[in-house]
Design a protein around this ligand. Structure first.
Ligand SMILES: [Zn+2]
Length: 318
């Protein structure tokens, strides 16, 4: 028999998915339209230097939006990306030189931090997080795709930052998103959690890994769970997905039916993996675990995958 469903309180929101922008993808090809938006007084931009995001300190707290001219004045800029429209005004992501952005940390009128910290500390609302994620992933792609992968010639940015074209061999290069499966293997009243060495102490989470070419989501879930923890999985059920701009992934959240129970941890991938029962995981989600063990914060999809199982909403496969 399963234990009764624990009360975990109101559901927190997942990070990076509350997009506030109309992407207006069909207008990206219209250079004059995009140029007019940049020049318009309503234009606003996020300022991003590598992993760092620049926020403005204001009377009403931290503001992630700058005018394009304000961004130009911060540091040397790289690409300008057309992210979409907000109330018909253009919203952009502007890249800054990473070293110069690091130096901005000393400015009293700015708050310069990495996106993970901004998200976990709730320094800006979820809508901005999504737009910053979009900008950060695209700027990262540009920074690493300045030359044609086909012929080696320098490429040029087109379509508001959504494509790079090679002027020599005429190949078009599109920004990529890397699919990652993130899954909770479960059997009855137990689930499998692991710890990476990169995690903060006492945090346990879902296993995860990149989907390989020629592989379905279900196959990737089974392969990664077997590789990392030695557990064979049967049925796989899709839960939800989340853009994860570190640097440019799409997390595909799943639950999986564990068919075996003897764990063999791949120590090159994980520090540890073990089974947890539902009551213990409920305490971890509530931050009331006696040994202070915890789960990832609500901004991450792992929190929601784990919570859905604890709350018995991941039905139909266990
Ligand atoms: Zn080329």
């Amino acid at each position: 028999m399963m234990s009764p469903r624990p009360d975990l309180g109101p559901k927190p929101s997942l990070g990076y998915i509350a997009n506030i922008l109309e992407r207006a993808a069909e207008r990206r090809t219209d250079d004059a339209f995009v140029a007019a938006l940049v020049a318009d007084e309503g234009a606003r931009a996020y300022a991003i230097g590598g992993e760092l995001i620049v926020l403005k300190k204001g009377a009403n707290g931290l503001d992630p939006l700058f005018t394009p001219a304000e961004v130009q004045a911060l540091a040397a800029t790289t690409e300008t990306i057309f992210l979409g429209l907000a109330d018909r005004a253009g919203r952009f992501g502007i890249g800054l030189d990473a070293k110069a952005t690091e130096a901005l940390k000393s400015r009293a009128d700015l708050h310069v931090s990495d996106l993970r910290s901004i998200a976990v500390q709730g320094l800006t609302d979820n809508g901005h997080l999504s737009a910053i994620a979009e900008a950060k992933a695209l700027l990262h792609w540009h920074a690493r795709h300045r030359f044609c992968a086909n012929c080696g010639a320098p490429t040029r940015i087109v379509q508001g930052g959504w494509r790079r074209d090679c002027p020599v061999c005429e190949v078009q290069h599109f920004p990529r998103t890397d699919p990652v499966v993130i899954m909770l293997a479960v059997t009855g009243d137990r689930c499998l959690l692991g710890r990476s060495r990169r995690f903060v102490p006492n945090m346990w989470s879902c296993l995860a890994g990149f989907v390989e070419p020629g592989e379905s989501i279900e196959q990737a879930v089974r392969r990664e769970t077997l590789e990392e923890a030695g557990i064979t999985c049967g049925r796989v059920s899709y839960f939800a997905s989340q853009p994860w701009p570190f640097p440019m992934s799409l997390m595909i959240g799943c639950h999986a039916q564990a068919l075996t129970s003897d764990i063999v941890v791949d120590r090159t991938e994980l520090e540890d993996a073990r089974w947890f029962d539902r009551e213990e995981v409920a305490l971890m989600l509530l931050r009331r675990h006696p040994d202070s063990l915890g789960t990832p914060p609500p901004v991450a999809i792992a929190h929601h995958i784990i919570r859905a199982w604890v709350e018995d909403e991941a039905q139909g496969f266990v």
